[in-house]
Design a protein. Structure first.
Length: 132
């Protein structure tokens, strides 16, 4: 049971760390993209074209950030859901093992009781022989 839980924790945290790395990379790329587009936009001489270019760079950045955040949130939720499902499977496996152990113990106890009854019968037969 403990090993099962440890593996579930390992998988969950590895997935979360991986999704964080992807998020950080996406954010760095979004910032680089915005920086380059804004630098190019301010070099535009036409005022209206400059304004449109700056707005496009900002809008593109906002969309990239939103997508990165959505991906991170979904990845985290998936990691936690998988973890919870795995932990439940660990518990189910443990409960099944306990039920099997209890059934085996019960069968052994019944078997032992039968043996005790047989021994008691033998003792009673021997006693009856001496009582005659």
């Amino acid at each position: 049971f403990t090993l099962c839980q440890q593996q579930a924790i390992e998988e969950r945290d590895t997935r979360i760390a991986s999704s964080r790395t992807l998020y950080n990379t996406a954010m760095a790329n979004a910032l680089t993209d915005r920086k380059n587009k804004e630098k190019a936009a301010i070099a535009i001489i036409d005022k209206d074209a400059k304004k449109v270019a700056i707005k496009n760079s900002v809008d593109t950045y906002k969309n990239l950030v939103k997508n990165a955040q959505t991906d991170l949130t979904e990845a985290r939720k998936d990691a936690w859901q998988t973890f919870e499902d795995t932990i439940q499977a660990c518990r189910d496996t443990q409960n099944d093992a306990l039920e099997d152990a209890e059934a085996t113990t019960t069968e052994a106890t019944v078997s032992d009781t039968s043996s005790v009854g047989s021994i008691q019968n033998v003792i009673n037969v021997i006693k009856s022989l001496f009582d005659k």
